[in-house]
Design a binder for this molecule. Structure first.
Ligand SMILES: [Zn+2]
Length: 76
């Protein structure tokens, strides 16, 4: 797996939506690629922060959608 493929799988990985095979390939790539490892850590952190905020403010779904949109764009 290369970085490009890993980045594509990353958002699904944050949501634990990868198939077993995809996850294995993804984790293997992370184990040998510091850059994607950092990226994945950031993605997980961002996801947690968003979840907390949603619970905290009980944001309307439309706002949640636009936040999700923003964060998926910012993950390069
Ligand atoms: Zn990589």
């Amino acid at each position: 797996m290369n970085c490009q493929k890993a980045r594509v799988l990353m958002s699904a990985a944050v949501d634990f939506e990868l198939s077993l095979k995809e996850e294995q390939g993804f984790l293997l790539h992370l184990s040998e690629c510091k850059e994607c490892q950092d990226e994945f850590d950031e993605a997980k952190k961002t996801k947690m922060i968003i979840k907390e905020k949603i619970v905290q403010f009980k944001a309307p779904q439309s706002l949640i959608d636009s936040i999700m949109e923003l964060t998926s764009v910012s993950v390069h």
